[in-house]
Each structure stands twice: as structure tokens, then as C-alpha cells.
Ligand binder design. Structure first.
Ligand code: GLA
Ligand code: ZN
Length: 646
């Protein structure tokens, strides 16, 4: 396990490089990431590659036993490139080339960009192939499945559709293009989504376009990864993911790569009201689940965030260190803080680094130094350990994208549905994996699959087989609504899940921010909102019923035996405490161990190898917390403190 920083030699005077590297050694930095935006310095003139400056920087670190992760600079092609090859520039929703000046303007499908990418990546790979200091590569930076509308992308999208549907007739039929006279009579009429009113466009078409855009991006990653692999033996390759509106299919992206990386900027102001689900652990579990192995945080919070937004609050004492340790606790093996020092120039000068503009050693630096010490000197026994959980939460890009196009009710957000369950399980002190919905589920005792809206045969088979073989599955509202082409299924909901759920939805009420209440069998009541499925039971047993409105007394939550397993259905979205209580009931009777009386906000995880198990605690709150574990004395945790129970 290692700690490092992101460093930009090209941003600093040459005299600072050695001083910085010396201080890094003293601080305990083991790894630096370099060069991911430096194309204009690596190829200042077309075909003229200049690696001398980067060699010098790499050498400075190598001499000090600091490892290097090299970035390929394709996020930021230089201005000469755009000037000479304007087709390398992305087009916006009106078909116009975007204005240059920020970053990430490149079109992944542009032949010129591809040609220039092959050249620069090949040159870099050849140049650094024998350099022992370069241990890993990062492709591009925070890649997105953006919707370029340039002529090349338009053609490519048409070809993609031709391959998928063969005939226009089939395409028109699948999309239901007869609606609003939208039938294509020629392939040339097809474009990527254009204009401002994209939420009015056909969801089947939007879904396909997203799949296509994500695939284009994955091809761009693979193009680069193949070049690096061809020249460099023994290096690992990754890219740094962030979660946003244009997040590509990260399962497919990282399939081409050695390990998953995530840029982690957790909140600095902890919401006072725990009802608000802020969950950094969720994102870390999601990242670990991408390749179902340990991962890296390529950029980690180091100071106040600002720049294109007002500057936010500075991280509270212990946050810089604590949030990094939280990442290690959930399976990170490497955390790089972004960035070593705040930039004094350029658009990002107020996205604060470990060192401030003054370049003096401040509070955040001291905390970072202490982090390096803890990880490298005190936590080395965690080296080689991994996380093995028995509860899984299923993520699906298909659902996430479909909900982006059609929000189901006010306040409804796919991630929130997932986070509520994740939070409920975490509060029991139970570890949980977040994995792709198509993965093999055999190792799990409990599987939670919220809002399986697009129920492709592959997904339905996977979940049904899991239950038939004895698994406990939880399904929720908005499941089995659509087929693979994002069209509604003409059947009672939850469509293909009806027989395993043992109940159907006779009607639903999109509550949005309005509320109802649920009364459980044991008399406990909970507020609910966003959605109300009114259930008609077949073989299922009711666990909870609505207390208000015209469907008072009707069932909202059920349980059904199916095959050798059980299916729970939660037809509404409830207040936070429900998920803890409910998951506690579901987990009872399995071999999953819970931690009794865990204070709210204290997180538990277990890293283990074949001989040892380490239980890790992290206080993700602003308050001092006392944890009384059954098998050891009371542990007092300061805010954001991390603790290893041996
Ligand atoms: C992202 C990028 C970085 C930097 C930070 C902070 O995570 O990857 O290059 O821009 O945001 O702004
Ligand atoms: Zn394009």
C-alpha cells in the first residue's frame, strides 16, 4: 500500500523540481503521477518530440526511489494540432465545433486525432519502455462518453445502428418511430442527438446512442492500451474515472486495463442531518467492484475545492488523512493526493493542493505527512489483503442511463436508490460489494438489485438463477418496466420478475416529494416518498402496507419463496432507518455477521488474506464516537479517525 501525489513539473520553475522531490522523500511520498496534460511540451511542433524535460523529472524521482505513473496526454491536444486538424475538435449539440480553451475538446473518432494519438503514445511508450521508474500508465484523463456530433461521429453512429438493426424497418419498429412521424426513410436522416430538447427525444434512440458513445470511448482507451502493452513489458495500465453525467461503461473500460482508478473528492461539509445520504464509501465500494479487486485513488482531496465554482470550506482537521485511510479500508492499494501544490497560474489555481501557494508546510501538509507515515510504517500488514463480502448490491449502466433520459418522479435518482440500501447494510457493520448486474452471484448470500428498469433476458436470467439456487434477492419499484430497447413491456409490472416476486403491481403512484406511510408487520411505521407500487399478491406474503391515500391497507413490501431462495420486493422508497431495519431482517439467518450497536457514521470493513483478518473502523462523522465491539474493549474514535482492530 502506497501514498503519492500528482505533480506537474511543467507548471514549476526548474529549480523547484529537486526541492519538491526532496521534500516528498522527507514526507514519505512513494509515487507521483506526471504528464497527463503535457502534450504541448512533449510535442511542441508536429513530429518533434521532446522528452528531455520529462526524462529529467522522472530521473529526479527515480533517484529518490519515487515511482512514476505516466499519463498519456491525449486529453489536451495542443493548439497547433487543432489548428492543423480541425476535425480533431468535438462538435456540440448544434453540430458546431466547440470553442477551444478549456480541455477535453478532442473527438475520439476523429481520424486525425487517432493518428496523432497513435504517434504520441507510440513515441512515449518506446521512449519509456526500459525506464524502471515508470511503473504504470494512466490513459488520458477522466474520460467521458460525450456526444460528439461531428460528421465522422455521425457516420460512425449510423454504421453502428446498421450493424445492430440491419434494416431501417427493423430500427423504426424497435424505436417506435411512427410516433410524431419520426420514421427514417434513409440512413442519412440519422444523427446523434441534436438540439436543446433532448429529453423529448425517443428514449430507445438515446439509449442506443449512449451505448455507442461509450463504446467509442472504450475503443480509444483500447487503442492506447494496446500500444503501451506492445512496447512496455511489466507495466500496469489504468485510467482515472470520475462519476458524472457522461460516465462511460466503466466495466467495459476497465476490462481493457490492469486496475480501476477513481478520483475521490469527498464532501468537506458533512450534512448535519443524516437523512441526506452522503456516502464516500459507496463510491469506493463501486470502484472496488469494477474489476472485483483492489484499486487506486488517482486523485484524492487535499484542500478546499474551487475555481469554476466559489471556493468551498477547507477540509476539517483529520479529513485529509481520514478520507485516504477510508479508501485503503475499502480496498485501495494506492492513493495519490491531488495535487502536491496548488497551482499559482491557470484556471485551476484555487483547487487546493497539499501545499498552499505560499509553499510553506501547513496544517494539511502535516496531516498528509502523518498519512504517509501511517500507511507506510503502521499498516503494512494490510499489504496483499483483499475484501471478501457476502452481500452484493448490483449496479447497471443500462439502468443509470435510462433514468438519466427519463426521470421517474421528482427527487428520483438511480444512485440514491442504491445508496439507501448500501447505507442500510453499512449501518449494520456489514461489508458490501457493488458489482455489475451481469456478474456471477454465486458467492453472495444476499443480493440487492434496486430498480431493474431495463430487464434484458441476460439480467433476468442471472437474477432468477441466483434465487432458484437458494439466494436471497431484493428487488424494488421500477423493475421489469422495459425491454432491452428501452421500450415498455406490455405486462403487469414487475414484468419478467412477477413470478419470482409472487405479486404484481396493480397500479402505481409517482409520489415524487409527496409522502405516504408504511406500516410493517411488526407495527413499525416509516415515511415513504417518490414512488408507490400498489401490489396485488399472488404467492407472496405482505411485509408492509400503505397507511394513507386511496390505497391504504394495500401491500407495498413483500416476500416470496421461489426455487430454493427468496425474493423481497420493496415497492416504494422509504426513510433511511427502514433500510437498516429491513436489511437486518433479511440478513438474519444467513452467515453474515453484523456489528451490534454500531454508532451511526462509523464504518466497518474487513481486509483479509488466507491467514489473517483485519477489521477496520472509520469514523466518518464530525463527532467523537465510542464503539463497543463484542470481542474487544471500547474504542474511542476522534472525527475521521481510522482504527485497526486486530
Ligand atoms: C479532476 C481532474 C484534474 C483536476 C481536478 C481538480 O479530477 O482529473 O485534472 O482538474 O479535477 O479540478
Ligand atoms: Zn466526433
Amino acid at each position: 500500500m502506497k501514498v503519492g501525489v500528482v505533480y506537474y513539473p511543467e507548471h514549476w520553475n526548474r529549480e523547484l523540481w529537486e526541492k519538491d522531490a526532496d521534500l516528498m522523500v522527507e514526507t514519505g511520498v512513494k509515487v507521483v503521477r506526471l504528464a497527463e496534460f503535457a502534450w504541448s511540451r512533449l510535442e511542441p511542433v508536429e513530429g518533434q518530440y521532446e522528452f528531455a524535460w520529462l526524462d529529467e523529472a522522472v530521473e529526479i524521482f527515480a533517484k529518490r526511489d519515487i515511482e512514476v505513473i505516466l499519463g498519456t496526454p491525449t486529453n489536451c491536444p495542443p493548439l497547433w494540432l487543432y489548428e492543423k486538424y480541425p476535425d480533431a475538435i468535438q462538435c456540440d449539440e448544434h453540430g458546431n465545433r466547440v470553442s477551444i480553451g478549456v480541455r477535453g475538446h478532442r473527438c475520439y473518432n476523429s481520424p486525425s486525432l487517432i493518428k496523432k494519438t497513435i504517434q504520441i503514445v507510440t513515441e512515449m511508450a518506446k521512449h519509456y519502455k526500459d525506464n524502471k521508474a515508470v511503473v504504470s500508465w494512466q490513459i488520458d484523463n477522466e474520460l467521458e462518453a460525450y456526444h460528439c456530433t461531428c460528421p465522422v461521429c455521425t457516420d460512425k453512429f449510423r454504421e453502428w445502428l446498421k450493424k445492430k438493426y440491419t434494416t431501417l424497418e427493423k430500427l423504426n419498429h424497435t424505436y417506435g418511430n411512427v410516433m410524431w412521424s419520426g420514421e427514417y426513410s434513409s440512413w442519412s436522416q440519422i444523427t446523434p442527438p441534436l438540439g436543446e430538447r433532448q429529453s423529448w427525444l425517443n428514449p430507445a434512440y438515446l439509449q442506443d446512442h449512449y451505448r455507442y458513445a461509450s463504446e467509442s470511448m472504450v475503443e480509444f482507451v483500447k487503442l492506447q492500451a494496446d500500444i503501451i502493452r506492445k512496447y512496455c513489458n511489466d507495466v500496469t495500465i489504468t485510467t482515472n474515472m470520475y462519476l458524472g453525467n457522461m460516465t462511460p461503461d466503466f466495466y467495459k473500460t476497465f476490462k481493457e486495463l490492469s486496475y480501476a482508478s477513481y478520483d475521490n473528492y469527498p464532501v468537506v461539509v458533512i450534512p448535519k442531518d443524516h437523512e441526506e445520504i452522503y456516502s464516500h464509501a459507496f463510491h469506493l465500494d463501486l470502484t472496488r467492484g469494477i474489476k472485483r479487486q483492489n484499486f487506486c485513488i488517482m486523485e484524492q482531496l487535499s484542500g478546499a475545492l474551487g475555481c469554476w465554482m466559489p471556493i468551498g470550506r477547507t477540509p476539517r482537521p483529520n479529513m485529509i488523512k481520514g478520507y485516504s485511510l477510508q479508501a485503503f479500508a475499502r480496498g485501495a492499494d494506492l492513493v495519490l493526493n491531488f495535487r502536491w501544490r496548488s497551482a499559482t497560474k491557470g484556471a485551476e489555481m484555487f483547487w487546493h493542493g497539499i501545499l498552499d501557494h505560499n509553499n510553506k508546510l501547513g496544517r494539511r501538509y502535516e496531516e498528509f505527512r502523518s498519512l504517509c507515515h501511517t500507511v507506510h510504517e503502521e499498516l503494512q500488514m494490510l499489504e496483499g489483503t483483499t475484501i471478501r463480502n457476502k452481500v452484493a448490491l448490483l449496479f447497471s449502466h443500462e439502468q443509470d442511463n435510462a433514468f438519466k433520459f427519463q426521470q421517474q418522479s421528482e427527487g428520483f435518482h438511480y444512485y440514491n436508490q442504491l445508496k439507501l440500501f448500501h447505507d442500510g447494510v453499512m449501518r449494520l457493520g456489514v461489508g458490501i460489494d457493488i458489482i455489475n448486474i451481469t456478474e456471477d452471484l454465486a458467492q453472495y448470500e444476499v443480493v440487492i438489485a434496486p430498480t431493474v428498469y431495463i430487464a434484458s433476458p441476460e439480467i433476468v436470467d442471472n437474477l432468477t438463477k441466483y434465487v432458484q439456487n437458494g439466494g436471497k434477492l431484493i428487488l424494488t419499484n421500477r423493475s421489469g418496466v422495459k425491454d432491452e430497447s428501452n421500450a415498455c413491456i406490455m405486462d403487469y409490472l414487475p414484468g419478467p420478475f412477477s413470478s419470482s416476486v409472487g405479486a404484481v403491481v396493480e397500479e402505481y403512484d409517482a409520489l415524487g416529494n409527496d409522502t405516504n406511510r408504511i406500516c410493517m408487520e411488526n407495527g413499525k411505521t416509516y415515511r415513504c416518498n417518490q414512488w408507490a407500487d400498489i401490489l396485488q399478491l399472488e404467492t407472496a406474503q405482505s411485509l408492509g402496507t400503505y397507511m394513507e391515500d386511496f390505497y391504504e391497507g394495500k401491500s407495498a413490501i413483500t416476500k416470496n419463496r421461489y426455487g430454493a431462495g427468496e425474493v423481497y420486493y420493496v415497492g416504494t422508497v422509504l426513510e433511511r432507518d427502514f433500510y437498516k431495519d429491513f436489511m437486518s431482517d433479511v440478513i438474519e439467518g444467513t452467515s453474515v455477521e453484523t456489528v451490534k450497536n454500531l454508532p451511526d457514521g462509523v464504518e466497518v470493513s474487513v481486509r483479509e488474506n488466507d491467514t489473517q483478518k483485519y477489521r477496520l473502523l472509520f469514523n466518518n462523522t464530525n463527532d467523537v464516537q465510542e464503539v463497543r465491539m463484542e470481542d474487544c474493549e471500547t474504542i474511542v474514535l476522534q472525527p475521521f479517525e481510522f482504527y485497526v482492530v486486530r
